[in-house]
Design a protein around this ligand. Structure first.
Ligand code: SF4
Length: 685
């Protein structure tokens, strides 16, 4: 008999920001499966369903392998030369006229090296600061909120730190579905003696493992945390020494929370006064209390305020800079942390070096040979609005699917249709690619070298396990070709490998300076900030001082604002949106047969009493509508959701939650759109 040769190639999961280590199983030079990486420090040899079956999309027959150009509303195949020339000529023509008329969305699923090149194409070839990515509408408030309070917009502790906590305050975060291997660490923390309290409008799988579940009204987080802060101060449970030595702004905070007495907060949040009091006292009295949050905190028109409230609580009680404590935002996509780090932000170059700082922009202009303004560009939300208004002419979307993921799909489609040219670099014909004028087929996960950065700032190597399908190109090579065709001298925009791109990243960003390849290419890898090759580059931040220049954390005095669109007589229910365990957005997991078989379409969760009042039965197809649009969707009648609130998972094009959400209401501090709250009605058909 014949021996079958199997190879194992180490990689990192391409779905959530937990960043689990996997090994591709490779047979006859093709990926045929994955196995968890046994020694990996994040997942310790375990894996969730997405990690286990999420490779099935790679060798699908519907992978894009030929550039496509739309003519008279129909796509036709084109050569790479024709497509690249068309894109380069259009980008050059429009950016020469006005660099503000072009925009770029970078891909938070792609390796750091590709993302760095996307922002470099925008800045160097087009001279624009209009570059952003999907963090704007997931953890944009984390970056803004934690940078304002702590001086750095990232998770303060490593994932394993949670195992040392005595008390875990988990708010708006359904880890057991969205970050399952981090969810496993919560269970380990409980085994070690921690009390896990979960606060959510939905009785989620994470709420089900909690020691205490607190249901509350969507969008009332600031009121709740202000109320807790008042209780802590009234009971003299604050950490006076920490406040005095390490923070500023406490007096303003103390004054602001005075009106958030228990009765007022209870009325706003729908949590009983004694429960709010108990939450505050237990959090403050714990020796090591950790806060965990996700998109339930961030995806609001006051998302940055929500984030800063968590920072206020942590600083008030000295729960920062130690293991088992901290403010722990769980990042969504596998490399959304990396996309922020790489400077795919209109306000920041790579390594969070500020565009608005003239000296920094001068440094980059010298380094890149550009003439960029020291003025931040447009955010993703602003770019879409500018396209809608006819002010943005060309948009380059690298691996994102805003037609499914941005709020108000009708508005998004109208904006994209209004462009002179939409360029989409993709693996599959997504909803957004269908709207494109030019589609560029790219290499995918497992087909390239590079690095991902997980939610605890751990930069990890991924390796190539098979060739891309014939006709598809490496992302950074596509963008290099475009830059050169636009007239950038090849010697200023040329790389032989992803490793060479990472060397440039190290030169530009001091937080990565100590990450040489030898140190990086181990399962343990390195966390940023990593200023030198001698630095241990460990995850715990803000140990002795915060990242502001004076080393102090800054309390923020905040007021409760609540959702912009609230239920009324016409639209009496408040819609929130979520993910399910088996899907991560749609383009990849819905093309994985095993995952797709688990949850084949969307549903609307509706409280049993609300359903009874509306005469709606379980599994009945209903009409859900808002001021923006309507969908038909099966009802899931359940007591797991608060009365008056309904929930739709965001993955399913045929009953897309974002047909209903609201793109008008966004956070002035970070331009986050209110994806977690809008008014809708549900009717029998
Ligand atoms: Fe992948 Fe996240 Fe699951 Fe880990 S927990 S296997 S990173 S989806």
């Amino acid at each position: 008999y014949k021996m079958v040769e199997i190879k194992y190639v180490p990689t990192i999961c391409p779905y959530c920001g937990t960043g689990c280590g996997l090994n591709f199983v490779v047979k006859d030079d093709k990926i045929v499966g994955v196995e968890p990486y046994k020694r990996h420090p994040v997942n310790e040899g375990k894996v969730c369903p997405k990690g286990n079956f999420g490779y099935e999309f790679i060798n699908r027959e519907d992978r894009l392998t030929t550039p496509l150009i739309k003519e008279n509303g129909e796509f036709r195949e084109a050569s790479w030369d024709e497509a690249l020339d068309l894109v380069a000529n259009k980008l050059k023509e429009v950016s020469d006229d006005d660099p503000n008329k072009v925009g770029f969305y970078a891909c938070a699923r792609s390796p750091n090296e590709n993302i760095y090149i996307t922002q470099k194409l925008a800045r160097v070839a087009c001279g624009t600061q209009n570059v952003d990515h999907c963090a704007r509408i997931c953890h944009g408030p984390t970056v803004a909120g934690l940078a304002t309070t702590f001086g750095s917009g990232a998770m303060t502790n490593g994932f394993d730190s949670i195992k040392e906590a005595d008390y875990i305050f988990c708010i708006g975060s359904n880890n057991m579905e969205a970050h399952p291997l981090f969810g496993r660490k919560l269970i380990q923390a409980q085994k070690n003696g921690a009390k896990l309290v979960v606060l959510d409008p939905r009785y989620t799988p994470t709420a089900k493992i909690a020691d205490e579940y607190v249901q509350f009204k969507t969008g009332t987080d600031v009121a709740l945390m202000n109320g807790m802060i008042k209780v802590i101060i009234d009971n003299d449970l604050q950490d006076d020494e920490f406040i005095k030595n390490r923070t500023k702004g406490f007096d303003e905070l103390k004054e602001t929370v005075q009106k958030y007495d228990l009765e007022t907060v209870s009325e706003i949040t729908h949590i009983a006064p004694e429960v709010i009091e108990e939450l505050a006292i237990e959090y403050a009295k714990a020796d090591k209390a950790a806060i965990v949050y996700s998109l339930g905190i961030t995806e609001h028109s006051h998302g940055a305020d929500n984030v800063m409230s968590t920072a206020n609580l942590a600083m008030l009680t000295g729960n920062i800079g130690r293991e088992g404590t901290g403010v722990n935002p769980l990042r969504g996509q596998n490399n959304v942390q990396g996309a922020c780090d790489m400077g795919a932000l209109p306000s920041d170059y790579v390594g969070y070096r500020k565009v608005a700082d003239q000296e920094t922009t001068d440094w980059f202009n010298e380094y890149y040979g550009t003439n960029l303004p020291a003025k931040p560009g447009l955010t993703l939300v602003e770019m879409m609005n500018a396209a809608h208004a006819g002010d943005l002419k060309v948009l380059y979307i690298h691996g994102e699917d805003p037609v499914l993921s941005d709020a108000d799909i009708k508005h998004t489609k109208e904006a994209l249709a209004n462009l002179d040219m939409l360029i989409v670099q993709e693996l599959f014909m997504t909803d957004t690619a269908q709207c494109a004028d030019v589609v560029l087929p790219a290499a995918g996960w497992g087909e390239q070298e590079g690095t991902f950065t997980n939610g605890e700032r751990r930069v990890q190597c991924l390796h190539k396990a098979q060739e891309p399908p014939e006709g598809a190109m490496l992302d950074w090579k596509i963008m290099e070709e475009i830059a050169v065709r636009m007239g950038v001298p090849r010697e200023k925009f040329h790389y032989e490998s992803a490793e060479e791109i990472f060397e440039e990243i190290r030169e530009c960003a001091p937080i990565f300076a100590g990450m040489n390849r030898e140190r990086l290419d181990t399962p343990e890898a390195l966390h940023w900030p990593c200023p030198s090759v001698d630095d241990p580059c460990q995850p715990l931040m803000h140990k002795d001082k915060f990242a502001h220049p004076d080393g102090l954390g800054i309390f923020q005095a905040l007021e409760h604002r609540g959702p912009v669109e609230v239920p009324d007589e016409e639209y009496p229910l408040l819609l929130t949106t979520t993910r399910v365990l088996f899907h991560y957005h749609a383009a990849m997991t819905r093309r994985c047969k095993t995952l797709d078989n688990e949850v084949k379409t969307g549903f609307i969760e509706i409280n049993t009493e609300d359903a009874k009042e509306l005469g709606i039965l379980n599994n009945e197809i209903v009409k859900a509508s808002s001021r923006r649009g309507e969908i038909e969707i099966p009802a899931r009648v359940t007591d797991d959701i608060k009365k008056g609130i309904v929930n739709i998972p965001m993955h399913f094009t045929e009953c897309a939650a974002n047909m209903l959400t609201n793109s008008d209401s966004f956070d002035p501090k970070c331009k986050m759109v209110e994806l977690k709250a809008c008014a809708i009605k549900v009717e029998k058909i």
